[in-house]
Design a binder for this molecule. Structure first.
Ligand SMILES: Nc1ncnc2c1ncn2[C@@H]1O[C@H](COP(=O)(O)OP(=O)(O)OP(=O)(O)O)[C@@H](O)[C@H]1O
Ligand SMILES: Cc1cn([C@H]2C[C@H](O)[C@@H](COP(=O)(O)O)O2)c(=O)[nH]c1=O
Length: 214
């Protein structure tokens, strides 16, 4: 098995955490815990986790949109260097909760900074590193936000609190990204029951990496 970089994307409440938990457990059963790494953006190491706290602090209502975009890119850079590159060197399967597509959708479209501008900004951070496979969990914004409101109201972050119009812009940006990069980004209908979503995600991963979930 050689290193594999798989990212998971989706609007808030799409079910990434729930799906990735199951995918990680099943891969660990197949290959052993030391061959699989779950990690998340922004975060995954002590520097990026500090940036995460600044980004999601509900008191930071006056944060400028470009500041926000730069902080996400900075957290991404550190995460690549501290987590992703070493895990690739160690031939692990990397399950990464969000990556550059989230910045394009949330900051580029949601914050009106421009998708191309955010892509350009992030080139310095990612230095050419893209996942081989991105699983995009698609769910209508209303459904995702309802799930969060019903089950996770204690953990609502600064971005979850944005208005519905913001979340619509984010989702449609993800859909455009998927259409522009159909080889890398695979769409899974995440409005289905969780077990079916997990089964569909496994199928998508297996299609790219036949040795996984065979
Ligand atoms: N397919 C599903 N059907 C119904 N409920 C679901 C489904 N997937 C996840 N949920 C529930 O929706 C809520 C949000 O799920 P989860 O935390 O996995 O989403 P997420 O994409 O990681 O969210 P966020 O982007 O905000 O971190 C949880 O309470 C979870 O139990
Ligand atoms: C990487 C990244 C994330 N975001 C947003 C998307 C979500 O609202 C939060 C992350 O929370 P989650 O529980 O980990 O899904 O941050 C963003 O706006 N831009 C980014 O680049």
């Amino acid at each position: 098995m050689s290193g594999k970089f798989i990212s998971f994307e989706g609007p808030d409440g799409a079910g990434k955490t729930s799906v990735m938990r199951q995918i990680k457990a099943d891969l660990e059963e197949q290959f052993g815990a030391d061959r699989v790494m779950y990690t998340r953006e922004p975060g995954g190491n002590h520097i990026s986790e500090q940036i995460r706290r600044v980004l999601f602090n509900a008191d930071n209502t006056d944060m400028d949109a470009r500041t926000e975009a730069l902080l996400f890119a900075a957290a991404r850079r550190q995460h690549i260097v501290s987590e992703i590159l070493p895990a690739l060197q160690e031939d692990k399967v990397i399950l990464c909760d969000r990556y550059v597509d989230s910045s394009i959708a949330y900051q580029g479209a949601g914050r009106h900074l421009g998708e191309q501008e955010i892509w350009q900004l992030n080139q310095f951070a990612i230095d050419g590193l893209l996942p081989e496979l991105t699983v995009y969990l698609d769910v209508p914004s209303e459904v995702g936000l309802r799930r969060i409101a019903e089950h996770r109201s204690d953990q609502v972050n600064r971005l979850d609190k944005e208005k519905l119009a913001f979340h619509h812009l984010v989702r449609h940006s993800f859909l455009r990204l998927q259409q522009a990069h159909p080889d890398r980004i695979k769409l899974v209908d995440a409005s289905q029951p969780l077990a079916k979503v997990v089964a569909d995600v496994k199928q998508v991963i297996n299609a790219r990496y036949p040795e996984l979930f065979n």
